[in-house]
Design a protein around this ligand. Sequence first.
Ligand code: NOJ
Ligand code: CA
Length: 551
Amino acid sequence: MSDSSAPWWRQAVVYQIYPRSFADSNGDGIGDLRGILSRIDYLKSLGVDAVWLSPFYPSALADGGYDVDDYRDVDPKIGTLDDFDDLVAALHAAGIRLYIDIVPNHSSNRHVWFQQALAAAPGSPERDRYIFRQGAGPDHAAPPNDWIAAFGGSVWEPVGDGWFYFHLFAPEQPDWNWDNPEVREEFLTTLRFWSDRGVDGFRVDVAFGLAKDLSEPFLTQEQVKAMLPGANHPYFDRDGVDEIYRGWREVFNSYDPPRVAVAELWREYSSRKARYATMESLGQAFFFDIMFAGFDAGRVRKVVEDVLGWAAESGSSSTWVLSNHDIVRHASRLGLPDPEPHDAEAVVDDCRRWLLSRGAEPVEDVAGGLRRARALTMLLLALPGSTYLYQGEELGLREVADLPDSARQDPTFFLNTGYDVGRDGCRVPLPWTSDGPSFGFGTGPAHLPQPAWFADYSVQGQETDPASTLNLYRAALRLRRGLEGPEELEWLDAPTGVLRFARPGGWHCVTNFTGRPVEMPDGQVLVASGPLSDGSLPGETTVWLRTEDAR
Ligand code: NOJ
Ligand code: CA
């Protein structure tokens, strides 16, 4: 849906693959690169512009692969560099670009440089690549401060000699010291390594975390928690990130076409996001705000306006995301009651408590969740900018809320016993067929157990059903390509609870957020998120219309 002179990524549909859960080529239960290669036709039939691969690097999987042992290799359980080259070639031959995940805030504790740091003495150049501090107290046995890591527990891990290393996430994920020139140079080498292999773009993990000021005296955890991310925060969203990404930009621009990037930023950073998305920096940033708007005309419109504004501020395009590997799938999220009052924290907390109950309380409205998910997705796909889809959402897949504890992998579960079961429920391997071992994911098992109801969501079952969610996504993506136009949107009058906007090129998107039918606006229906009845737009339904008066 881009205008022909605009860079390819500005309005691209990017499909996120979590490699260990997409397709398994050798029956060992773990998705792999050859599995992805065997599904290129599927990706092509879906009509996506690009694929983003979550980490496929060698890893002990302390955090689903976001604990990287070696940034310039493929995990042998997932494939080889040759497989990777074949995948790039096959995607490109199919007209699909490739983003890979880059994890610059932390490595794994098995990275060779971290192993060297542990073996070296305090104060050595080897230790300076990470963040080490001497413990507090007379025998240096206490952590240097009381800060809490994102997954729970202290940010400090003792190494046995009175010193501690710093980790914002799991203890197996030591943070790099970005003040160290060797670290900076190493990442530039990695960016060139993959760019040389034909990678088109990078999704930058924890993009806001790299610059840190850990000088003493430390603020307390309470003080840090009360601070807004920004220039004075000790580790989030400091101005120092700008300089780092200026260096990355030089690498991106040394390629033709220039390599691109998208910054992972949590919603708290919205007001300062524009700086990550400029063409001097990473070029694009995620705006997750829409994930927390629920299914409500007023809240959705407000987020759309905010995001378009932030994107315009940076000169970049907007980004839309409803699901990824870190959050309860949106078909389930939209099947849970709205929190009251409604805000992002309440949505996150409700999802956490629902998962803790194994999906028992409250009872998920399965049909309603899917209906709303389809309607909201169609609205998103009609907006200017790029949309990021997460594998399985095109099947209308729900969260697997009742995984047995014995199957869990996410460190969030292990570090927050009895409080947060973590993110495994959205990472369960995809159902490709309606029966067979692992529903066609592979010839063997699935590394996270699939529930029996996955049979009803399989690709195979949806292929031939014109009303399936898979065919809805295909139709919308095909139309979207045809409805090329500039990144503009005009809100039009609509009844209460209905959003209607026009896009250049003569088409309108109308979403009825209410539970009742409303009068169908004039126009030729291009696609609808659900069944239509004569003359009316049913509740919780989106239509795309071609209208004569459309601009
Ligand atoms: C964000 C990633 O999306 C998430 O899966 C990971 O746990 C953290 N960053 C830490 O790398
Ligand atoms: Ca495998």
